[in-house]
Design a protein around this ligand. Sequence first.
Ligand code: SF4
Length: 319
Amino acid sequence: MLEWQRKGVSDFSEMTNLSLDLREQLSDTFKRCGLAVVKELDSQDRDSIKFLYELHDRQRIETVLMRYRFGISCCISSEAGCLMGCAFCASSLAGYGRKLTSGEMFAQVAQSARLVNQRIRNVTIMGTGEPLNNLEALIDFLKRLHDPEFGLGMSYRNMTVSTCGLIDKMLVLAAEVLPITLSISLHAPNQELREQLMPIARLYHFDDLLAAAQEWTLRTGRRVTFEYALFRNVNDSREQARELASKLRGCNCHVNLIPANPVPGLGFEPSSKEKVNSFQEELSKHGINATLRRSLGLDVNAACGQLRRQLPDDKAEGL
Ligand code: SF4
């Protein structure tokens, strides 16, 4: 692992193991690649911290650290904004900037770890952006995270890539045979509702997506996770749970139920605790393995894109 990555520094002036002369020469010759902190928000229970970072071209991105029993998980953004336009998500609302480089994805992990002075155990690419819309940089980033010499030496099994279901790109990623977890955002038990919630479903049919998930497992030997955010009176009834269970029967998968983080103004509300529990019960009753993800960071606007949208112009520190 390189010294600057181990120490998490991104500014030549901080590389005090180099001579002053060399540090000055490097500063004069190269552009700094670190992320400037615009805002840091800590949840009241200290279980999650959200950073709003600014990139060299003033694009803004969000990164979230979450504390779990097994260690700290870092959720990064793969794009500044998102083109996918899911109806419940804030990421598309503040406009689209650009795809991030693999270095900018890596910097989110290294810099966030440095800011809290802790080791990151897991990385999820589930923040703003559709990671498979930025596939080349994504693959480079995953390999860099894994690399013990030039990266963090992180196990692929501790990396999760989320997608809204770009089937062709899923199969390109499968060809890399990296033992990562693929997490497919489903959020509906059928094509009709999925089209209403996620415009991408008009391009990739529900049934084809489930078939591609099976193909992923065949090619990589890894089961997929389906993400299902529960919205009150939209997709959270027992009937819908039964329909989902019937669609997933025979699929080697896991369902991750998410009590939705509400985004003001979008018209979606989180399901009640009772509804969430009964949805999970119904899936389990029909043999579908489902767990409930802990909802962290309600008081730090943890749903992706919210902070970027709220603070488009605040001054960044360190620019
Ligand atoms: S849910 Fe994901 S894919 Fe959909 S708009 Fe938000 S960031 Fe993009």
